[in-house]
Design a protein around this ligand. Structure first.
Ligand code: THU
Length: 160
């Protein structure tokens, strides 16, 4: 038996102002996307903005449903839109902003496991990293230089 250690290195910024202008701009787009969140059940709104290598920005927000599992997270809404509209473009960066409408969310909100799996698919498909930035409504911003960093031991096409 041997043990393996899995390490992920993330960058944590005190606030958005510490990030370069292009990331601030992408996060601004995520804020706009979040305004279209349809989340009457959880009252938790999430916005995602994706920058593609063709300079297009694709937005997504969480869309809920009275049949709860039929809803979809912001990140998957955005990434599936990108994959559908621009199948040949590479996904460079994704900015995510999330928070509750019931209480203030001041901690960075990472993408859920299902969204990580969905984003990982595109990272594998394009064979280049997708930078991920996520935050709450205000405060710290976390950067991961790739999705793989957030999802060690990924299940991907190599095992099929
Ligand atoms: N949600 C997202 O949009 N992204 C995540 O990564 C986590 C959760 C949404 C789904 C649901 O509409 C609400 O947040 C509460 O779970």
């Amino acid at each position: 038996m041997k043990e393996i250690k899995i390490e992920s290195i993330l960058s944590v910024y005190d606030n958005l102002d510490e990030l370069p202008a292009d990331i601030v701009g992408l996060m601004d787009q995520a804020v706009l996307a979040r305004e279209n969140s349809y989340s009457p059940y959880s009252k938790f709104s999430v916005g995602a903005a994706i920058l593609l290598d063709n300079n297009e920005i694709v937005l997504g927000s969480n869309q809920e449903n009275a049949s709860y599992p039929s809803g979809l997270c912001a990140e998957r809404t955005a990434i599936y839109y990108a994959g559908s509209q621009y199948p040949k473009a590479k996904i460079l960066k994704m900015a995510i902003i999330a928070g509750s409408r019931i209480r203030q969310t001041v901690t960075p909100i990472p993408p859920c496991g299902a969204c990580r799996q969905a984003i990982a698919e595109y990272e594998v498909k394009q064979d280049s990293p997708i930078e991920i930035y996520f935050m709450g409504e205000t405060g710290k911003v976390v950067k991961s230089h790739s999705l793989a960093n957030l999802l060690p031991l990924v299940f991907d096409k190599s095992v099929l």
